[in-house]
Design a protein around this ligand. Structure first.
Ligand code: MV4
Length: 600
C-alpha cells in the first residue's frame, strides 16, 4: 500500500479521500489555493502545500504545481477526487508516466476511449447493452437528421461527440429546426470540446436518470454495486440522489446492474466508474460512462457497506477485489442531500458571501455527514457552491425519508444561505415522496412559490445576497413564564448590509453595478464615468466572446457565454453602452467576480 497520498482536490471530497487513506494507515497531503488556506481539508491533512492563487486554472488545475507538490511531499500516489483534474486524460497520463507517483483512477486511455461517445456506444452495443436508439457514427449533415426522424420520429437529440454531463445536446422538435440545430450543435461541440463531431439519438421525453456503480481491478474482475437514482436534477445539477431506485422493478434492477458490469468488462477499464442510463416505460438505455468517483458514491457505500474510495486506493496499488458479485448486497434505502450555499428561492443563486456563525451538523443513527467545515469558517465562493453532503440510511425508503426530515431539521447553519429548506420541501412533496419524479420535474413542473415558502419557513439567519431588500434579521431566545421561545425578528429599513461592489454581471443586480458620478474601479479595472463593468458570477471558462471593442451593446445583449457548473451561462449587459474594454478571450478561465467587459 502507498505510504503517502496527495489529494488533488478541496472541500468535502478531499476530506473523504483522506479518511480512506487514514483507515489504510496512509499519510495524507493536501493542496490548497490562496482562497483555501484556512480550508477544512488543509486542517485535516498531515501536510499541506500551496499550489497557487484562488483562480482554479492557476492552482487546482495547474498540472505542474500539483505534481511538484507531490514530489516535494514525497507522495507515492495522487487521488484526484471529482471535478478539477479527475477526468483530465492529459494529467492522468503525466502521473501514469511519472516514475514515483501512481495515479488513483482509470487510465488516461480509458478516459479518452469512453469520453468519445459514439465509440462508447459501439462498445456497449457490442456487449449487448441497450443503447438509446440512434447512430454510432457521426452525423454529417442536417439531411441525416431528417432521414433519422423518418425512422424514429421527432424529437431527435443531436449530441456532441465530446459532450457529457449537462453539455452538448440539442433537441430537434420538427424538420424545419433540423438545419439550425445541427449547425448549432457542431459549433458548440467545436467551442466546448474542440470537436465538432455530433451524433443522433431518439429523444426520450421524460426519462429517469439511473446510474450503476462499478469497481474493476487490474486482474480483470468487474463488480457492480447496484444503482443510484439521480432523477432529481435542476439544470443538469443533481440535488438529491438515492438508492435503490423507487422506479425500478427488481427484474429491471438486475438487468441494469448486469448490463453495466458486462459493458465495462468489455473494455479494459480499471478502478471506480459509473455507467449512466436513461429509463423510460420499463426500458433502459445506455447513456455514458463517468470515469471518476462521483459526488454521490456515498449512497452506494451506505447501501453496501463497501468503502469505494478505499477500493480505489487498493486497486491502484494492484490489489485484487476480494468479493464476488454475489457477495454484493444492498441493504435498506439511502439518500444524499447536496448542501449547496445557494438561495433556492432566488433561482438557486450561489451565495456571494457568508460565515458559518452557527454550524451544528445533525447526527444519530443512519446519519452521515461528509464535509470540511467547522463553526466560524468563512464561506469560500470561488469554486463549487456545494459545501457539504448529508447522507441518510434507513431500513426502507419510508424510514429513510423520516430520518432525513429529522436530520435536516437538526442541521443548524446560520450566516450562510443553503438549500436545506428546499430539501425539507422535497421530503414533503407528493411526487418526490411517491418516487414519481423524472429528470424534468424541477425544471418544468415544481411550483416555485412553494420553494419561496419553504425558504421563508425554514431559512435561517443567512447572509444577504446582493439583491435582498434592506432587512436585518435577528434571532432571540426568550423565556416567558418558564417556557423558552425562539423568536426571529426582521427589522425592515435597517441600514443596508454593505456588499462588495463587483460589477453588473447578468444575474447580479444593477445595485452592484459600477455606474456613478466619477470614475470607479471594479476588480482593479477603470470604469469610465457612467459606465458599467460586466462581471461573471461564478468560476468557469469563457466559451464565446460575442462583442469587440467599439461595439454598441444594448441592455440584455449577451456579451459572453460562460461554461460553469456543467452549464452554459449567458453573461448579459445590464444597461448597455459601447465596449471600451474587452478583458477575456475564448477558452480563458475566470473566477467569480472577474470583470470581463467594460462599457462606456
Ligand atoms: C438524453 C435525454 C433524452 N433523450 N438523451 C442530459 C445531459 C447528458 N448527460 C444527456 N442528457 C440527456 N440525454 C436522449 N436520447 C435527456 C437528457 C437529460 C438528462 C439526462 C440525465 C439527467 C438529467 C437530464 C436532464 C435533462 C436532459
Amino acid at each position: 500500500m502507498f505510504d503517502k497520498v496527495l489529494v488533488a482536490n478541496r472541500g468535502e471530497i478531499a476530506v473523504r479521500v483522506m479518511r480512506a487513506c487514514e483507515d489504510l494507515g496512509v499519510s495524507t497531503v493536501a493542496v490548497y489555493s490562496e482562497a483555501d488556506k484556512h480550508g477544512g481539508h488543509v486542517r485535516h491533512a498531515d501536510e499541506a502545500y500551496n499550489v497557487g492563487p484562488a483562480r482554479a486554472a492557476d492552482s487546482y488545475l495547474d498540472h505542474d504545481a500539483v505534481i511538484e507538490a507531490a514530489e516535494k511531499a514525497g507522495a507515492d500516489a495522487i487521488h484526484p477526487g471529482y471535478g478539477f483534474l479527475a477526468e483530465n486524460a492529459t494529467f492522468a497520463e503525466k502521473v501514469e508516466n511519472h516514475d514515483n507517483i501512481t495515479w488513483v483512477g482509470p487510465t488516461a486511455n480509458a478516459m479518452e476511449q469512453l469520453g468519445e461517445k459514439t465509440k462508447a456506444r459501439r462498445v456497449m452495443q457490442d456487449a449487448g447493452v441497450p443503447i438509446v436508439p440512434g447512430t454510432t457514427d457521426p452525423a454529417e449533415n442536417a439531411e441525416a437528421v431528417m432521414e433519422f426522424a423518418e425512422e424514429y420520429g421527432y424529437p431527435v437529440a443531436i449530441k456532441a461527440e465530446g459532450g457529457g454531463g449537462g453539455r452538448g445536446m440539442k433537441v430537434v422538435e420538427s424538420e424545419d429546426e433540423a438545419e439550425e440545430q445541427f449547425e448549432s450543435a457542431k459549433r458548440e461541440g467545436e467551442a466546448y470540446f474542440d470537436n465538432d463531431s455530433v451524433y443522433l439519438e431518439r429523444y426520450l421525453e421524460n426519462p429517469r436518470h439511473i446510474e450503476v456503480q462499478i469497481l474493476a481491478d487490474q486482474q480483470g474482475n468487474v463488480r457492480h454495486l447496484g444503482e443510484r437514482d439521480c432523477s432529481l436534477q435542476r439544470r443538469h445539477q443533481k440535488v438529491i440522489e438515492e438508492g435503490p431506485s423507487p422506479a425500478l422493478s427488481q427484474d429491471l434492477r438486475e438487468q441494469i446492474g448486469e448490463a453495466a458490469r458486462r459493458g465495462v468488462e468489455a473494455t479494459d477499464y480499471v478502478n471506480a466508474g459509473t455507467v449512466e442510463f436513461l429509463v423510460e416505460d420499463g426500458e433502459f438505455f445506455f447513456l455514458e460512462v463517468n470515469t471518476r468517483i462521483q459526488v454521490e458514491h456515498t449512497v452506494t457505500e451506505e447501501l453496501t457497506g463497501i468503502d469505494i474510495v478505499k477500493w480505489q486506493l487498493r486497486i491502484a496499488d494492484g490489489e485484487e477485489l476480494s468479493f464476488s458479485q454475489e457477495d454484493v448486497e444492498l441493504e435498506g434505502h439511502a439518500m444524499e442531500f447536496r448542501i449547496n450555499a445557494e438561495n433556492a428561492a432566488k433561482e438557486f443563486q450561489p451565495a456571494n458571501e457568508g460565515s458559518l456563525d452557527v454550524y451544528d451538523a445533525p447526527g444519530g443513527i443512519g446519519v452521515r455527514m461528509d464535509d470540511a467545515l467547522r463553526q466560524g469558517d468563512d464561506l469560500v465562493t470561488n469554486y463549487d457552491s456545494m459545501i457539504a453532503k448529508l447522507i441518510v440510511h434507513g431500513a426502507d425508503r419510508e424510514e429513510c425519508i423520516a430520518r432525513s426530515q429529522r436530520a435536516l431539521a437538526e442541521y443548524d447553519i446560520e450566516g450562510v444561505v443553503t438549500i436545506i429548506p428546499f430539501h425539507r420541501l422535497m421530503l414533503e412533496d407528493d411526487r418526490f415522496v411517491a418516487g414519481e419524479h423524472t429528470t424534468k420535474y424541477l425544471d418544468n413542473e415544481l411550483d416555485h412559490d412553494r420553494v419561496a415558502d419553504a425558504q421563508e419557513k425554514w431559512g435561517t439567519g443567512d447572509a444577504s445576497t446582493a439583491e435582498d431588500e434592506d432587512v436585518t434579521e435577528r434571532e432571540f431566545t426568550v423565556e416567558v413564564n418558564g417556557k423558552r421561545f425562539d423568536v426571529n425578528l426582521e427589522e425592515r429599513g435597517a441600514p443596508a448590509i454593505p456588499t462588495p461592489n463587483t460589477g453588473g454581471g447578468a444575474s447580479r443586480p444593477s445595485r452592484a453595478g459600477t455606474s456613478g458620478s466619477d470614475e470607479t474601479e471594479a476588480e482593479g479595472v477603470e470604469v469610465p464615468e457612467g459606465g458599467e463593468s460586466i462581471t461573471v458570477e461564478m468560476q468557469g471558462t469563457i466559451l464565446s466572446v460575442n462583442v469587440d471593442v467599439g461595439d454598441e451593446v444594448a441592455p440584455g445583449d449577451v456579451v459572453c457565454v460562460l461554461e460553469a457548473m456543467k452549464m452554459e451561462n449567458d453573461i448579459e449587459a445590464e444597461r448597455g453602452g459601447t465596449v471600451s474594454q474587452l478583458l477575456v478571450e475564448e477558452g480563458e478561465s475566470v473566477d467569480m467576480g472577474d470583470v470581463i467587459v467594460v462599457l462606456e
